[in-house]
Write a new protein. Structure first.
Length: 255
């Protein structure tokens, strides 16, 4: 069994506990979602819209040597030219929803909860903990589930980034109206990166804002921009492994 399948089983097993946990929690008043709008604002300025990620480790990287404290990293992100922040809350990546609560006290930049979301309870939980947007992964959801979860997220005031990996998953989202689509250059099951995936798949998506994810470096941003219309990037490892995070992010902003 690969890591993706294991994580999905964990989420299903956690469902009953999660429902009880959020049952008596009242949602805060809905604010207008700002994640998608913030990305659009950067693109209107003809700049790269950068979503930078915080995670402590991953299946492909045991740990990021330059990471000490969440607060320290988020402060650097806040001072940089990234427009949004992604926080990976799954325990297999060293994450927690409390990371969002902490980050919200440091930055006003929109935060997307990156996790393996498969039910409405997780979306409610995301809102309760202060996320501005959620990630939905097409690989682990049916077409019907994607549509239902997208609509529910918007109903409670969250933006949605839908992530795809291949042509088959484009069929899952072809009737979904949401404009923000992530293309993961990493194969989630085999953990291999192919940057050309963003170039190939983006050409099949009409009237969408494409977010290229995984394997994003200065060199790859230049390649993607020369061969596609992509100007929005989700960046994790290359930033986390850099000693000068602010300088590196600002360099990518100008790439």
């Amino acid at each position: 069994m690969n890591i993706l399948d294991k994580i999905v089983i964990q989420k299903k097993n956690h469902y009953k506990y999660l429902v009880q946990k959020i049952k008596k929690t009242k949602l805060k008043k809905n604010n207008k979602p700002i994640f998608f709008q913030t990305i659009q604002n950067e693109l209107k300025k003809n700049k790269n819209a950068l979503i930078v990620e915080f995670k402590r480790f991953s299946p492909s990287v045991n740990n990021f040597k330059k990471i000490k404290y969440l607060q320290e990293v988020i402060r650097q992100y806040d001072e940089s030219k990234c427009c949004c922040i992604s926080i990976l809350t799954d325990k297999n990546f060293g994450g927690s929803l409390n990371d969002i609560l902490i980050a919200k006290k440091i930055t006003s930049k929109p935060i997307i909860r990156k996790d393996f979301i498969i039910n409405k309870a997780q979306i409610l939980e995301s809102k309760i903990y202060g996320a501005d947007a959620i990630l939905l992964i097409a690989k682990i959801l049916t077409k019907k589930e994607l549509n239902t979860l997208c609509n529910f997220a918007v109903k409670i005031g969250l933006d949605v980034l839908i992530e795809i990996e291949n042509k088959l998953e484009i069929k899952k989202i072809e009737k979904i109206k949401f404009k923000l689509i992530g293309i993961n250059n990493r194969d989630l099951r085999e953990q291999k990166i192919n940057i050309n995936k963003s170039i190939e798949l983006s050409g099949l998506l009409i009237d969408k804002i494409i977010v290229s994810e995984s394997g994003i470096t200065d060199r790859n941003i230049k390649k993607l921009k020369s061969k596609s219309n992509i100007s929005t990037f989700l960046i994790g490892s290359s930033v986390l492994n850099n000693t000068n995070k602010i300088g590196y992010i600002n360099k990518l902003y100008q790439s």
